[in-house]
Design a protein around this ligand. Structure first.
Ligand code: SF4
Ligand code: SF4
Length: 161
């Protein structure tokens, strides 16, 4: 398939998807709080999740996505670092830094902190749920195996975008 055809197909899928999600927003009686399991066989829905402590902020996921869904935000997601285990952090320096932050923290942080710009090797992946069709390209491309696409859908997120 030519690049032009695949671009058109992506745009069409995207428009259908945005319309569907806008419709869900309109008909919702109240903002949903539950995370739902995506029914088996329903393509294009799911959630890109990331182990933030391993993300090296290389931006490859942003570059590969044809729909512009991922964004590496210039922040250090401290609450996630406290939830994730550091056992999968390959870079020793990084693992030691995270473990050190955990040790010296008086209490668990509740929000992400902005990073001095630009700080190589750090960043937080944020994926626009309205745009992402869970094609898996970012998951395949991520050199650190940070990304996992899970068969869940947090409807509350479409009310934040
Ligand atoms: S999620 Fe993966 S591909 Fe994206 S910036 Fe982080 S390490 Fe790079
Ligand atoms: S799964 Fe596909 S559409 Fe979603 S963020 Fe990754 S590359 Fe983009």
């Amino acid at each position: 398939m030519s690049d032009k055809n695949s671009e058109e197909e992506n745009e069409e899928t995207q428009t259908k998807r945005e319309r569907l999600l806008d419709l869900i927003k309109k008909i919702a009686i109240k903002k949903p709080v539950k995370i739902i399991k995506v029914p088996e066989g329903l393509r294009g829905f799911g959630q890109v999740t990331a182990l933030q402590s391993i993300c090296i902020g290389c931006h490859k996921c942003e570059e590969v996505c044809k729909l512009g869904a991922p964004l590496i935000e210039n922040k250090f997601d401290l609450p996630s670092l406290f939830e994730d285990s550091t056992k999968d952090v390959k870079a020793e320096n990084r693992r030691l830094l995270i473990d050190f932050i955990k040790k010296i923290a008086v209490k668990k942080p509740v929000e992400a902190i902005p990073l001095p710009s630009p700080l190589r090797g750090f960043g937080s992946l944020c994926v626009a749920i309205k745009k992402c069709i869970t094609c898996g390209d970012c998951e395949e491309t991520c050199p650190e195996k940070v990304i996992e696409i899970k068969p869940i859908f947090d409807l509350s997120l479409i009310f934040q975008e």
